[in-house]
Write a protein that binds this ligand. Sequence first.
Ligand code: TEU
Length: 559
Amino acid sequence: AEQPAWWTRAVVYQIYLRSFADSNGDGFGDIGGIRSKLDHLAELGVDVLWLSPIYPSPQHDNGYDISDYEDVDPLFGSLEELDLLIAETHARGMKLVMDLVVNHTSDEHPWFVESRSSLSNPKRDWYWWRSPRQVAGSDVLVEPNEWRSAFSGPAWTFDATTGEYYLHLFAPQQPDLNWENPEVREAVYAMMNRWLDRGVDGFRMDVINLVSKRLEHIDGREPVSGLGFSMGPRLHEFMREMHEAVFASRSGEYLTVGEMPGVTVEEARLFTDPARRELDMVFQFEHVSLDQGVDKFHPLPLDLVALKASLGRWQEGLAEAGWNSLYLNNHDQPRLVSRFGDDGQYRYESATLWATLLHLQRGTPYIYQGEEIGMTNVPFASIDDFRDLESVNYYREAVRERGFSADVVLDGLRKMSRDNARTPVQWDGSAQAGFTAGEPWIPVNPNYVDVNAEADRASERSVFAFYQRLIALRHAEDVVAVGDLTMLEIEHPTLYAAARSLGGVRLLVVGNVSGEELEVPLLAEWGGATLVLSNTGTTASGASITSLAPWEVRVYRVA
Ligand code: TEU
């Protein structure tokens, strides 16, 4: 049988550069900062680094609004420094993957500057332009349709130069590219090829399931948010065309992961089935949308039964063909230990429990910077503490236009804002947590004096050390990387239990997702098993102890 792809045993580490490590004291992370921390990453044992966008950008959406796809923003360094980083990453046996943001560009990208300059410009239909709509019975002119941006407000902005509106599913500074135009697709593929020729090992593809739009929707009247119009009719065609134009003729080891808000298991199986030569894996959002109330800033308490069902559905759905990405954290999600664990008394236990539940699934795990030392959400004091345009726009719209109370909205932002993941990585207990010698672009979480890499790695209860062991386990045991997974006790409200098997080897993962002691009769069935991993120092091999302490996780092995 064909060898499983290299990334079926890989672990990826996401670097959100502006908050990772600052080497020149300007308060922003930079490439020099990453280079100074490569040992930290190599010691952790990760195989791939994914860099969030480092290209020239006006930074309205922290680099997800790109004005030049083929350079490095001076804020972060230079192309020469990036070449050094690529070489040093490869020298340590790691790969480096870039963030590909091609559903939209910055409004300052030369392509858009040309496109908006006149109706007849050759790049006019590189973007989505539409005439204003006349309100029936009046001479009022409005947006072409009722689409809403993911960052509040309409998804259309009027451009006075040519008297037309342009589409932006995100901020007005992020105009959507028109992928129906083959010139756009060819320009994207050529850029991708130049990055791979430069030594980059693949791409994380930003909202790539939005690039094919339903034309009847563009000219329709449905009042849906930008993310509601994903999975357009030509998406698989475009993914296959991209694979042919960029990867098919290359013999190296590459990784592609498509970020797909709203993708279903069935669709993900089609995108990631190797026989279809589209993508290696996708980022799905089902498990990180279960706690959304009326919207993402009105979160509901964790429903473990629903979460287990979702994780199990994705494991089962991609078991025969396709491949899962595994994540609970990234630059858009609040900190895992605060959202699904206990970031107070049981921070170490709940951080290592969730790490184990995730890393013992079948798929490729993604670690977000700071997750490996149990960083937590931030006690934002007021709306002035936030930087993320999604949060700031939401506050303005919710409080000023929809009449929500400021306290309620602030509470929701404290829990769910993307800024929770974007405060500086806490390296040590010195000023600014060792992130910068200057003033950080966003304040450091005040708990850095206790929660920081140096203190964690010196501790008997080190989250970092636990992640090292999980990664080493994946590298050592095929049953972890590619073994079958069966969810157990799926109706139990606080117990997570799953069995893995490959050949004659079986693993049992059990976790007490609660702050109360938990009796686990199931453990009695695993009496002869060997204890492989525990986050509470339980030494008893075999399952003699059939109760789990608060947030305790154990992994047993039967060969
Ligand atoms: O995010 C896509 C996405 O799902 C966004 O809508 C984001 O998750 C938001 O929080 C949903 O409420 C990608 C990038 O990861 C994000 O940082 C960018 O802001 C966005 O696309 C636009 O490029």
